[in-house]
Design a protein around this ligand. Sequence first.
Ligand code: GMT
Length: 377
Amino acid sequence: MKQKIGITCYPTVGGSGVVATELGKLLAERGHEVHFISTSLPFRLNKTYSNIYYHEVEVNQYEVFQYPPYSLTLASKMAEVIKREKLDIMHVHYAVPHAVCALLAKDMVDHDVKVVTTLHGTDITVLGHDPSLRDIIRYAIERSDKVTAVSKALATQTVDMLQTERPIEAVYNFIDERVYRPQMSDEDLRESFEIPKENKVIIHISNFRPVKRVLDVVNAFAGINKETPATLLMIGDGPEKQLACQRAEELGIEDRVLFVGNQNHVVDFLNISDLMLLLSEKESFGLSALEAMACGVPVIGTDAGGIPEVIVHNQTGYICEIGDTEGAGKAGAYLLKNPGLYQSFSEAAKKRIKDVFSSANIVKQYESIYDDAREGG
Ligand code: GMT
């Protein structure tokens, strides 16, 4: 059934915004009418797409208010768009504030729109611990027509933490396989960063928040580098970048660790990489691991949240305990020094993407959730 779908996400760099935008693009390609309602154009909407509309939420600052009224302005814009465009579905990413805004908007209009909420993690694993927000998160989940979570781990954790009754369906993240695919290693890119020919390239991509444990990434890399010459590419930016730079200096490996900053075309970096490190202490899914695997790059991850649902231990990478940098370093070096084993991991990673995380597979799951929501199922 073709639907008119509103999508709200945080439009800036971040996994949830990426997933929401890529989903919108796929839905539009499949003939649905998609309306993005957000504060700025989602950064992945970088060309013109038919069937995609964008409604900007302009949040003004008023002297009388201490904080700009983002949630109210958003709810009001959602109501306006639902009413004018006769939306069938409002698909919101994050329970707070976005699902709450959608529920308010639904209440404001005389039109039967269904609210589908996708949980991405921070709304549960961080905000869910805040007693001042627990009840409103629970409300957002219970009142949504359908709720999805990006991993089984997150779905279970949500029920355990908030004792919600509304079923939460795990729908995994996906990648656009037209973009994330193995390509010939770009020698010019390697040369421009002066990466010696004999070095293996290890990559980490994140927002450098404390949960990403970037110091562990540098420590684990140091272990790999002791056994086989390597370069660490640190992609992204955030609060712990400076600490990670310092740790590299303390370990005397600063010339081996390149802080490349935020990048629009991470696929180019993935295609010159041999291994990814994702050593987070909280990670409801780990989209960057998926992107790496799609390019045939095995991943060493922690046993946090949904990471073990993405990486199959001993097949597409290794799972180690949170904080076990020695184990992660040893596992990484072992894999890199065994070409036959490495090749089988790389192939298994690509196969897993095709089998489990293909965009076609995931978009169909969302379509059937929308259909069920419309039919009251
Ligand atoms: O990881 C972040 O800090 C960003 C956050 C977001 O909202 O984009 O990522 C969350 O959603 C991603 C997309 O579903 C997941 O891949 C990330 O694992 C999840 N982050 C955490 O759970 C910490």
